[in-house]
Design a protein around this ligand. Structure first.
Ligand code: HEM
Length: 531
């Protein structure tokens, strides 16, 4: 067998060099030296002592010792797949994004689904939000839609993210509970954070225990901007709709599945794709202008609010098909680095304070997690379009600038140049406002959409929410936290608050929580709920 024809390490997403038919690859060191004996260390006599001279042994153990990288600080447990996105029709009237210019265009994609709170080894069926992160390798750079299976979020400002995540993760003194929200710290934080109430309704609903990744919706959550060729802006929200529809399990099933097969969601995606049942989602957009934003009951920049689909019908603009599992879990699924800041020309950010903070956090955390500013050199993260820049050096630099010139402007006529026509431009939004730590009045109504969501559920689904709240809050040791939560629930729906209070053994209903803006009373109250 010839060493030079050996299989390259797989999982690089690039060309796979196969061993020539019939050849058996020779085991080598990482430096390429053929290995004669991989079973015994080099020793003096038998059994030893072992010799430090044994470079094969030292290299092998050294590399093993350094196999682990930090797990993601959130969304540590995830599972990914490759596929493609196919554009249905040109959206050139609203965006210059290249991916939306030509009907039928196919763009390579990589998707990672995840749970938020649990560690990498936690069970799949935890009651939790699911991450739905999509990387689209467009012809004008990578576009990451780093979304969830729930259309809203816990907090309105990124500065609260460490707090909400600390509260949901294991308590620092005892190191438990793992991967579930049923504990005092979480409910303490939530009950002191009324802006989380809408999200809590979704997290207590069946959405948080999906039967499979294939039966989940995905949401970009924030309002973004499309920019057309003249840099005119249209607001846009992104929604993924599963072709298979939505399905969840019930809590008793979730608990059993977690015990019997903690890899249930992984196995489901693997089996579906390996057997040719490629899961598919439609990408839908909700498009609207500033006039709509001004007339809407809620602030479109508030990530705890959604735009009801009855008010703006989601418009399908393409489909996502997942048809190939990674060659290597670590190289691709673990090393993939999603970042909200990754947008191609024609897609821009809004002033949502959660989105603005995320744009810093993802880049920052990838440096810690992947260890080098050159993480874009890892094949799963590299663009698949031509790219050229003067970034150089650093740990693991694979793609330094070629030739003499590594700066610009330069008079050598070498290297890439800016292109004001093709390049990314931001929406030129005039802003005349004081610099201060302000939260807009328009972010103050925390209950109305929570109520709308609760009332949109069937009675069975409403009961599931009430049972989930009862189960979760019954794990709270502190009765003050339980009562505080019931006080919020009474603002969302009286019957819900009363049913949960009853099951928790709270004899006297607390006063409804003080609300900055009273919940809108124009929806019918639900009848008494028995659970
Ligand atoms: C990871 C979604 C808010 C920081 C993730 C992932 C998803 C996600 C899907 C997993 C990515 C993957 O599969 O690799 C969301 C959504 C949010 C949100 C939908 C709100 C709408 C935030 C905020 C911050 C944040 C406010 C910080 C200010 C992070 C970090 C990671 C992460 C640090 C780990 C990234 C990594 O190590 O690869 N988020 N997130 N997220 N998110 Fe968020």
């Amino acid at each position: 067998a010839k060493i030079h024809d050996q299989t390259l390490l797989r999982g690089d997403g690039g060309e796979l060099h196969q061993t020539r038919a019939g050849d058996v690859a020779v085991l080598t060191t990482a430096q390429g030296a053929p290995v004669a004996d991989d079973q015994n260390t080099l020793r003096v006599g038998a059994p030893g002592p072992s010799l430090i001279e044994d470079f094969h042994f030292r290299e092998k153990i050294f590399h093993f010792d350094h196999e682990r990288i930090p797990e993601r600080v959130v969304h540590a447990r995830g599972y990914g797949a490759h596929g493609y996105f196919e554009t249905y029709e040109s959206l050139a009237d609203v965006t210059r994004a290249d991916i939306f210019q030509r009907a039928g265009e196919k763009t390579p994609a990589f998707v990672r689904f995840s749970t938020v709170a649990g560690s990498e080894g936690s069970a799949d069926l935890a009651r939790d939000v699911r991450g739905f992160a999509v990387k689209l390798y467009t012809r004008e750079g990578n576009w990451d839609i780093v979304g969830n299976n729930i259309p809203v979020f816990f907090i309105q400002d990124a500065i609260k993210f460490p707090d909400v995540i600390h509260s949901v993760k294991p308590e620092p003194d005892r190191g438990f509970p793992q991967a579930q929200s049923a504990h005092d710290n979480f409910w303490d934080f939530i009950s002191l954070t009324p802006e989380s109430m809408h999200m809590i309704m979704w997290v207590m609903s069946d959405r948080a225990i999906p039967r499979s990744f294939r039966f989940m919706e995905g949401f970009g959550v924030h309002t973004f901007r499309f920019l057309d060729a003249r840099d005119e802006s249209t607001f846009v929200k992104f929604l993924w709709k599963p072709k298979l529809g939505l399905q969840s399990v019930v809590w008793n099933e979730a608990v059993k599945i977690n015990g019997a097969d903690p890899d249930f969601h992984r196995r489901d995606l693997w089996n579906a794709i390996q057997s040719g049942n490629f899961p598919e989602w439609e990408l839908c957009v909700q498009l609207f202008d500033q006039d709509f934003a001004d007339s809407f009951d809620f602030d479109v920049l508030d990530p705890t609010k959604l735009i009801p689909e009855e008010i703006i019908k989601p418009r399908p603009v393409g489909r996502l098909v997942l048809d190939r599992m990674p060659d290597n879990f670590f190289a691709e699924t673990e090393q993939v680095a999603f970042m909200t800041q990754n947008v191609p020309p024609g897609i821009d950010f809004s002033n949502d304070p959660l989105l603005q903070g995320r744009n810093f956090s993802y880049l920052d955390t990838q440096l810690k997690r992947l260890g080098s500013p050159n993480f874009t050199h890892i094949p799963i993260n590299a663009p698949k379009c031509p790219f050229a820049h003067f970034q150089q050096d650093g740990h693991m630099a694979m793609r330094n600038p070629v030739g003499r010139t590594n700066y610009q402007p330069n008079s050598h006529g070498e290297g890439p140049r800016e292109d004001p026509v093709r390049g990314t431009r931001s929406f030129r939004e005039p802003i005349d406002a004081p610099k201060a730590r302000l939260r807009p009045e328009s972010f103050a109504d925390h209950y109305s959409q929570a109520r709308q969501f609760f009332l949109s559920q069937t009675v069975t689904e409403q009961k599931h929410i009430a049972m989930a709240l009862t189960f979760e809050l019954s794990k709270c040791e502190n009765p003050v936290i339980r009562e505080r939560m019931v006080a919020h629930l009474l603002n969302i729906d009286e019957a819900l608050g009363a049913a949960v209070a009853d099951k928790l053994g709270i004899e006297k209903l607390p006063k409804p929580a003080d609300a900055a803006v009273p919940p809108r009373g124009d929806l019918p109250a639900s009848p008494a709920l028995s659970i």
